[in-house]
Design a protein around this ligand. Structure first.
Ligand code: ADP
Ligand code: MG
Length: 358
């Protein structure tokens, strides 16, 4: 699919959705002809030859999007089962095969180190916020989630990152482009213009480098992410924004009996995002609106009402809340290797800046 095709699909959700769903399996076959990324290849043909693996199983795995050998090798059986809905024995068999093929059981610390060295960073605009995330800002090969109440700055940060990713490395960017999936109709090109000007970038160029799509419901959102890979292959995309990740899932799955399927779809969606982040060394930023809890006096007031529907799939989770005037507080919550900490930044016309900046 062309870039124009993706944008077209983003505009006409309803009619295109069916077509897109039909295209998926054809695309999967077509992609076998495409040039492979180094060290990664489509595993489906080989998996198909394993005994006891039927067409249905193959189809389920294709749908999960975990179709290259390295991604399969990197899965835990539980992850693969959740993402694809296949049985545990089959999952184990496939993963073991992939691990053997890719020799990942013996990946040395040097190799892990090398892979991690490729990680890039996108500045938030505030040095202290960047420090909170380990220095430099949002990591590539990771999903960063900001959750907080209305007006806490989640969308402002989304716009800021879409601008900052375009900056050269020395200035906190990755010289790349952004995909911006807007589910709440809060994307504003005028904010990109303000922020671009403040960074000395050409606003026209900045807007051109942000591929924006409105997602009308959770299925549309899922398809947009699935199809994003077509753009990522052609363009130097270094950031995917989903603002908001969870809103459509909340409104589309309201019944009690639907919680499990909502969770499963969301897990699969997050898994795809993580895979794109890993394979293409890009950053993923997602937002999650939760209500403030002024009622909580004891316990954790940052625990979102309605539970952590994103679960623990985000690598970095940041809780945002309002402070005085344009000040906002960011708190890092359960990160793999950083301490829980807080910092203050400001949301201004020029975008996100340090608390003490003018
Ligand atoms: N043009 C602007 N100039 C200054 N501040 C702005 C501007 N646009 C938005 N803001 C600030 O950002 C806030 C909205 O933040 P936003 O990121 O949209 O919240 P949410 O967390 O709900 O996505 C506004 O309340 C305002 O303080
Ligand atoms: Mg918002």
């Amino acid at each position: 699919m062309s870039v124009e095709g993706w944008l077209e699909m983003a505009r006409n959700s309803e009619e295109k959705e069916e077509v897109a769903a039909e295209e998926t399996s054809e695309d999967a076959e077509a992609s076998e002809e495409k040039p492979k990324l180094e060290g990664r290849r489509d595993a489906m043909a080989e998996i198909a030859e394993l005994s006891g693996i039927g067409d249905k199983t193959l189809e389920k795995i294709r749908e999960s999007g975990i179709t290259d050998m390295m991604a399969l090798a990197a899965c835990s059986p539980k992850e693969l089962m959740e993402a694809s809905g296949i049985g545990d024995e089959t999952a184990l068999k496939i993963i073991n095969y992939a691990r053997q093929k890719m020799n990942v059981g013996f990946e040395s610390a040097t190799e892990v180190f090398k892979r991690r060295q490729a990680i890039g960073r996108i500045s938030t605009g505030s040095r202290s916020f960047d420090e909170l995330l380990g220095g430099g800002g949002l990591e590539t090969q990771a999903i960063t989630e900001c959750y907080g109440s209305f007006g806490s700055g989640k969308s402002q940060l989304a716009h800021q990152l879409a601008v900052n990713v375009q900056l050269p490395k020395e200035q906190g960017g990755l010289g790349g482009k952004a995909i911006f999936i807007d589910t709440e109709q809060t994307f504003r090109p005028s904010r990109l213009v303000d922020m671009a000007k403040a960074k000395g970038l050409d606003p026209e160029d900045v807007m051109k480098n942000v591929y924006m799509a409105r997602a009308y419901n959770s299925d549309h959102q899922i398809v947009l992410v699935e199809k994003a890979e077509d753009i990522i292959r052609k363009e130097n995309i270094k950031l995917i924004v989903i603002d908001s990740l969870t809103a459509s899932f909340r409104s589309d799955y309201t019944g009690r009996g639907e919680l499990a399927s909502r969770q499963q779809k969301l897990n699969r969606h997050m898994h795809k995002l993580q895979r794109l982040a890993d394979v293409y060394n890009l950053a993923v930023y997602v937002t999650n609106q939760v209500m403030a809890r002024p009622d909580v006096m004891f316990g954790d007031p940052t625990a979102p009402i309605g539970g952590h529907i994103v679960g623990h799939q985000a690598t970095y989770r940041v809780y945002l809340r309002k402070s005085k005037e344009d000040k906002r507080i960011a708190k890092l919550i359960d990160s793999p290797c950083l301490p829980e900490a807080e910092t203050i930044f400001r949301v201004t016309k020029d975008g996100i800046i340090d608390a003490e900046e003018k």
